[in-house]
Design a protein around this ligand. Structure first.
Ligand code: ZN
Length: 131
């Protein structure tokens, strides 16, 4: 089963929690156990599994990514968003979550986040649920 949905990001760098929607899609599949793949079909937004308890940590990660991949660098890319592409390379475009009894097996502190690096925009999310 494949489902797609979209989210609106709010700023150039942003984190959107996808966990509740992914959980709902797994339930709708009516599969007891399997793997859910969350894929972001964009080159300047990625996805990761990270801590859900302390939002300042996400700010810390964003700040460090800005230090590693500064927005104004000596890039050759024809657009002015090379740093966003590099951050997406670093973060990756997909994660997989194993589920059992219709629930994703995530650690207590783990949530699934879309990572925006060139927003604000509307971003698509693809979820495939399989045994
Ligand atoms: Zn670009």
């Amino acid at each position: 089963m494949i489902k797609q949905f979209s989210v609106k990001t709010r700023s150039r760098d942003d984190w959107i929690d996808l966990t509740a929607t992914v959980r709902q899609i797994i339930r709708e599949s009516e599969l007891d156990e399997g793997i859910a793949t969350v894929f972001i079909p964009h080159t300047t937004a990625g996805v990761t599994i990270q801590e859900n308890a302390d939002p300042p940590l996400r700010t810390d990660i964003t700040r460090v990514l800005d230090q590693v991949f500064p927005w104004h660098g000596a890039y050759q890319h024809c657009e002015d968003n090379a740093a966003a592409h590099m951050k997406t390379c670093y973060m990756g475009n997909s994660v997989q979550v194993v589920f059992q009894n219709g629930n994703p097996i995530l650690g207590t502190w783990q949530n699934i986040f879309l990572c925006e690096f060139d927003g604000p925009r509307t971003r698509n999310v693809v979820v495939r649920v399989a045994e």
